[in-house]
Design a binder for this molecule. Structure first.
Ligand SMILES: [Mg+2]
Ligand SMILES: [Zn+2]
Length: 170
């Protein structure tokens, strides 16, 4: 199967400065995100979300808060006929040295272990941060940095709606 690996915060739903997450109870979907995810799905990709959540370890949010926001996000996507294949998150501190924090490849490796039929040569990663593009590079898969959050490479910064055009050429 071919997989579109999506970042969560700043890509599908709103992101905030770390300390502001403490008071966030509901996911706010970003413009065009639902439409884009649906189009990617319609092109035959499974969607897997990979998200860094070091704010859990840092104490800005509780694990349950992360789970609750994710659950609400999934319900909203579901009501738009969007099934997310799986979600991986890294709750560890940036300084923990874990293998899963992006741009390290642990979450994608875990996905490959659970879904050995993933065809990486047909898969891609999309996210709003440098770490998302770097993860793609580390996995040697296609990567798209979207929005204004990415400092990695101007040429790779695109609007999320462009994804559907770009994947036509994959
Ligand atoms: Mg992000
Ligand atoms: Zn981790």
């Amino acid at each position: 199967m071919k997989v579109a690996f999506f970042d969560r915060d700043g890509t599908i739903i709103d992101d905030y400065p770390d300390h502001k997450w403490t008071n966030i109870k509901r996911p706010i979907f970003l413009d065009g995100a639902i439409r884009t995810v649906k189009e990617v799905l319609n092109k035959g990709y499974k969607i897997i979300i990979v998200t860094n959540q070091y704010i859990i370890n840092a104490g800005y949010i509780k694990e349950e808060q992360y789970q609750d926001i994710t659950k609400q996000m999934l319900m909203e996507l579901k009501s738009n006929d969007i099934d997310i294949h799986d979600i991986y998150y890294c709750p560890h501190a940036k300084t923990n040295g874990c293998y899963c924090i992006k741009p390290r490849i642990g979450m994608i490796r875990q996905a490959l272990k659970e879904y050995p039929d993933i065809d990486l040569s047909k898969s891609f990663m999309v996210g709003d941060s440098a770490v998302d593009v770097e993860l793609a590079m580390n996995m040697k898969i296609k990567g798209f940095g979207i929005g204004i959050g990415s400092e990695y490479d101007d040429k790779k910064i695109i609007q999320i709606e462009k994804i559907k055009d770009l994947i036509n050429n994959l």
